[in-house]
Ligand binder design. Structure first.
Ligand code: ZN
Length: 308
């Protein structure tokens, strides 16, 4: 029987690079795109809700063309922990007099509360309101970027304190949610897609590039995801470091593939769906798949069958 090796990204690369950049800071995202795009690095921008007074809907589509847009939740709230014992005040939030033992109402948005988190005040929402803001944010983004375009959810403030929200997002068909957590290890494709993290940010790009280049071929797909705000690269003076990082991987299509995060997961699913029998390979997906049959590079078009 033929030996089938399915563990390749497009181009017969074992390794893929992607990024996940939060908050939709247009000026900084533009600088970021101007560095990654000419170097062939693709990824995902995570937006709260489009500000249509800044760019029109078609302006947004042009600006982010070629990149995935994920939902970063309307109003950028943190999830309120149902076990948190702080009381909910009836008062509107006033920064000068606010007491950190309370949640305070947002002056304009019903269901949005101010809370002290670490050493700063931010907004948060309880379960019912949170999922309302998440759903509404996705609808507003899809009105701009197209129905079905929003496949990922990225937690504002980096994590989730209420398990029920995961269930909701899963039921809504999200492909993944992203934490702001560091992922150690060998760059294996992350299995728990409801809690993916990142391998690098503005502070450790050179080391991450070196580790990724040196990661041995284990016969499995590997993925490096970096982030986290385009403004980090401005604030830390890391634009040159970002360019150098991307240069390590550019124009090596047989070694490194790059695509937005949802696309990489969808490719992985299509690859898993490839059926192999004694005499036939069948690709039921709408993706072109890259496999090696007895060491021979073979490209399998969408919905194609191949006799072995
Ligand atoms: Zn954010």
């Amino acid at each position: 029987m033929a030996v089938i090796d399915k563990a390749y990204f497009p181009g017969f690369a074992r390794k893929a690079i992607s990024f996940s950049i939060d908050d939709g800071n247009l000026a900084m995202d533009e600088k970021f795109i101007n560095i990654v795009k000419p170097r062939g690095i693709f990824g995902t921008f995570n937006l709260t809700a489009p500000k249509l007074d800044v760019l029109s809907a078609s302006g947004y589509r042009d600006f982010y063309r070629g990149y995935e847009i994920a939902n970063h939740c309307k109003y950028h709230p943190v999830t309120i922990d149902p076990l948190d014992t702080r009381e909910f005040s009836d008062r509107i939030f006033e920064r000068d007099t606010a007491d950190e033992r309370y949640y305070y109402r947002h002056p304009e948005v019903d269901g949005l509360w101010y809370l002290k988190r670490h050493d700063f005040w931010c907004v948060g929402a309880k379960y019912e309101d949170y999922i309302r803001f998440a759903d509404c944010g996705r609808a507003e983004l899809e009105a701009v970027f197209g129905k079905g375009a929003i496949k990922g959810f990225v937690w504002p403030h980096g994590c989730c304190y209420d398990e029920r929200i995961f269930e909701h997002l899963r039921a809504e068909g999200y492909l993944y949610t992203r934490y702001t957590k560091h992922v150690d290890g060998e760059f294996a494709v992350q299995k728990d897609r409801m809690r993916i993290g990142m391998h690098a940010r503005s502070t450790n790009l050179p080391k991450a590039a070196e580790d990724f280049v040196n990661a041995p071929d284990t016969g499995e797909l590997k993925m490096l995801i970096f982030g986290v705000h385009s403004n980090d690269y401005e604030r830390d003076g890391k634009w040159g470091v970002l360019a150098d990082f991307c240069d390590v991987f550019r124009e090596k299509p047989s070694e490194y593939y790059s695509a937005p995060i949802a696309e990489l997961f969808e490719y992985e699913d299509a690859k898993e769906a490839l059926s192999v029998t004694e005499d036939k390979l069948k690709n039921p997906s709408d993706r072109t798949l890259y496999v090696k049959i007895d060491g021979e590079k073979t490209v399998i078009p969408p919905h194609a069958e191949l006799s072995l």
